[in-house]
Every structure is written in structure tokens, then in C-alpha cells.
Ligand binder design. Structure first.
Ligand code: NI
Length: 264
């Protein structure tokens, strides 16, 4: 089984907490609206009309109050999210994840190192082509994120990269065959056992090959996270399995906006 979640070596990374929903205001308005709707039924007609308009006013007032509070709440949440993102980025950079270089071969046999991707946004995932479920799912999600970002005018292109943690089986040919199933620009990277070990080490990626069965098949237990690198080559964020494509797209867009505001 593939059990690894976030890389284990990162010390005390700040976690983004889901903001609390405004249950009281929204819930009350909703409750009253249901009361109002049921009040329009034949039962009310028997009791008289007076209750209807009065209740409707109350509902309207409650709803307007809710809209006002909701707006303030949204603004506060946006500010909090921005602050949390800055803190998180700073903590990740201090952890110096991915500062090290890598030297690998792409799925067309070309030598690639980290400096080749300077100037580009990169989304990077580590896994292996024999992975039965998690890697295909995560790569499909990665491809979906890239397609969604491509569809938005004015955003820079994001380079998707898949680095194998199973260099024994994932040679250049195997990588070429595998990556084409996901996205036309997905770049597969492999190399010698030592080269892969160096690349994974510099991104704090954990991996461990399990025992071989009678068919010489084996599972590689590995960290599951999609890494975001900014055009200055710095590790900017990471996304675990729990993050949806939409959440990743939103986060990447926020990082792009923050990066643009630093430059200008
Ligand atoms: Ni996997």
C-alpha cells in the first residue's frame, strides 16, 4: 500500500485551516425562508393573511443583515488567507526544500537540470509508472490543473513534470510511453539510481521499494505531493492528496498574483 502523505522531514509546516462558515447568520436566514415558504401553503390561508407580510419583512431584514456580515466575513477571510499564504511560503523557503539541483534525463533522452526551468512556473510530482492507483490519479489531477490554468487568458504557462522514484523500471522509453496518457506537455524525468536519489533528497521526497513478488513486481511507497516552483526556481507551495484540482488552481493563481506584485 502507498501510505506516505506529506514528506516526513519538513519541520512544523504551518497548516492552512478551513475558515469557519458563518452558520448563525446564513442558517437563520435559511431557516426563516423555509418557514416563509411553508407559510404560503393552504394552512396559512385558513389562519389569515396577517402573518405573511410581517414574516416576509423579517426575512428580508435578516437576509440583508446576512449579506452585510457575509461581505465583511469574505474580506476578512481573503486577508487572512493572504497572510497565511505569505507565512507558509516563508516557512517553506526557510526549510530550503528543493534548493538543490537535479540532473536527470527527460522522456526524450535529453539531459535536464533544475536551472533549465528558471523563468517558468513548474508543478512537479514524484511517483512511478507501475503505481496502481494513486500516481495515475494524482497525475490526472495535475494535468487537469494545467489544463484549467491554460484555459485562463493572461496566465503564464505552467510546466508539469513527473519525476520517477523507480529508476530501475522507469527508463526513458517507459517514461515516454507513460506521460503521453496525461498531458501533451507533461515532462517525464528519470536517471540513474544515484541521480534519482539526489533529486528526491533535494525535495525531501521519501520513497522505499517494497519486496518483489513472484512476477518480480513491487510497489514503491512514496511521498504524495504536488510541488509548485516559482519562476525564480524557489519552492513555493505543495499540495497533498486532499487538495482538489480547483483548490490547486486557486492557490497557483494566488501565488502568481503575489509573484507579479513583488516584481512590480
Ligand atoms: Ni504512486
Amino acid at each position: 500500500m502507498l501510505l506516505a502523505q506529506a514528506p516526513k522531514a519538513w519541520p512544523r509546516l504551518p497548516q492552512l485551516k478551513a475558515p469557519a462558515l458563518p452558520r448563525t447568520v446564513g442558517g437563520k436566514a435559511l431557516h426563516l425562508r423555509y418557514q416563509l415558504m411553508s407559510g404560503w401553503g393552504p394552512e396559512t390561508d385558513r389562519r389569515g393573511q396577517s402573518q405573511g407580510p410581517e414574516l416576509r419583512t423579517r426575512v428580508l431584514v435578516t437576509a440583508l443583515f446576512g449579506v452585510g456580515l457575509g461581505g465583511a466575513w469574505l474580506a476578512a477571510r481573503a486577508e487572512k488567507e493572504q497572510r497565511q499564504q505569505r507565512e507558509r511560503t516563508e516557512a517553506l523557503r526557510q526549510a530550503a526544500v528543493g534548493q538543490g539541483d537535479f540532473r536527470l534525463l527527460d522522456h526524450q533522452g535529453q539531459a535536464r537540470c533544475k536551472a533549465d526551468f528558471r523563468g517558468q512556473w513548474v508543478l512537479m510530482y514524484f511517483g512511478f509508472t507501475h503505481c496502481p492507483d494513486i500516481c495515475p490519479d494524482e497525475l490526472e489531477k495535475l494535468a487537469q490543473v494545467v489544463r484549467q490554468l491554460e484555459a485562463e487568458p493572461g496566465l503564464p504557462l505552467v510546466q508539469p513534470i513527473f519525476i520517477t522514484v523507480d529508476p530501475e523500471r522507469d527508463d526513458v522509453t517507459a517514461m515516454a510511453r507513460y506521460v503521453q496518457d496525461f498531458h501533451p506537455r507533461l515532462l517525464g524525468l528519470t536517471g540513474s539510481v544515484e541521480q534519482v536519489a539526489q533529486a528526491t533528497h533535494s525535495y525531501r521526497v521519501y520513497y522505499s521499494a517494497g519486496p518483489k513478488d513472484e512476477d518480480q513486481d513491487y510497489i514503491v511507497d512514496h511521498s504524495i505531493a504536488i510541488y509548485l516552483l516559482s519562476p525564480d526556481g524557489l519552492f513555493t507551495d505543495y499540495y497533498g492528496r486532499g487538495k482538489s484540482a480547483e483548490q490547486i488552481v486557486d492557490s497557483v493563481k494566488r501565488h502568481m498574483a503575489a509573484f507579479r506584485s513583488i516584481l512590480h
